[in-house]
Design a protein. Structure first.
Length: 328
């Protein structure tokens, strides 16, 4: 579920307002390998009370129209404190309020000037949001989108929702069956990633199990949603041709809580759109390359995971005279 940043320049083709997203919708869970003995059923058993987790999100989005890069400076990394207050647990389902009481930009003074002006407004829209949520014993979460203020201008609102959208990658879903170290299971989810509806397949590998502490390695693939990839907010006349994404990382979960205790996750997605001719916009193929880095808890101190190299597009006619693909 690669949450994506809103472009920093309102004039770029993908700057239209996009929808927010809540928790992923779990379609299926399939055990691939049960792992070694001893084995046990992994079940969340949250306790009433409050816990918090420090999270950092780095967003990066590049756009290419007809093979030429468009201006799309990346916003700074944002650090948030995410809290979860469990109010009740009934029949294995925990009801809680998830909130973001603190948020700040990291190294804002080193960011481009447009980002320095924009990010304080974005932080103001992120800080203080909350939503009611439920999670069952298998880790399947029900949570609506965080209610970002509608008073924010579309650019601020889009970027605030993109940072919050990255938080949908925190939960871990477990299989019904008992598992041991080395077990692998596959979770198919439907998510909103930026402006796109995505079907995401996450493969978890159980790396360690000590008491109630579960450590998993994560590998993810993303494709366009079977019912269509547009989630709204795309440029007028745009048609989604394809969406492909990958992800990797690791998470640590204590079964006594609703938030993971640590996470490092890198997501990479590439969408291709066909743009129709309209005022101020030439027709062509728009490629949107999205990267999301999420780090949480002790994972904040882990080195950043490497980004995959962006795919190469064939040069358009007229580019053979040394054009480097960048606008100056």
């Amino acid at each position: 579920d690669a949450a994506t940043p809103a472009p920093a320049e309102p004039a770029t083709p993908a700057a239209a307002e996009k929808p927010a997203a809540g928790a992923p919708v779990v379609v299926s869970v399939k055990l691939l390998e049960p792992g070694a003995e001893p084995q046990q059923a992994l079940r969340l058993a949250p306790k009433v009370g409050e816990a918090s987790l420090d999270v950092e999100v780095q967003l990066d989005e590049k756009m290419r129209l007809a093979g030429r890069d468009l201006p799309s400076p990346s916003p700074p990394r944002v650090r948030m404190t995410v809290s979860a207050k469990v109010g009740a647990v009934e029949d294995g389902v925990a009801s809680y309020v998830v909130a973001v009481p603190k948020a700040e930009a990291v190294a804002l003074d080193a960011a481009p000037l447009p980002a320095q002006r924009l990010l304080p407004l974005v932080i103001g829209s992120v800080r203080g949001v909350e939503a009611a949520a439920r999670v069952d014993a298998l880790g399947r979460v029900e949570q609506p989108a965080f209610p970002v203020s509608g008073d924010a201008n579309p650019q601020v609102k889009n970027l605030a929702e993109s940072y919050l959208q990255a938080l949908q990658n925190l939960p871990v879903t477990f299989p019904e069956e008992a598992v041991g170290v080395g077990a692998r299971w596959e979770v198919v989810q439907q998510v909103v990633s930026g402006r796109f509806k995505v079907q995401q397949t996450v493969t978890y590998t159980l790396a360690a199990l000590e008491g109630t502490v579960v450590k998993v390695q994560v590998a993810a693939t993303q494709t366009a949603h079977p019912d269509g990839a547009s989630a709204g907010g795309l440029p007028q006349g745009a048609t989604v041709l394809s969406f492909e994404g990958t992800g990797s990382g690791e998470k640590t979960v204590d079964l006594s809580g609703v938030l993971p205790t640590s996470a490092v996750l890198q997501l990479h997605g590439v969408a291709e759109l066909e743009l129709a001719k309209r005022r101020g916009m030439e027709p062509g193929t728009l490629q949107v390359i999205m990267d999301v880095l999420l780090k949480a808890g002790p994972g904040l101190d882990a080195p950043d995971l490497p980004k995959p190299a962006p795919p190469e597009l064939p040069k358009e006619e007229g580019d053979e005279h040394g054009h480097d693909g960048h606008q100056h």
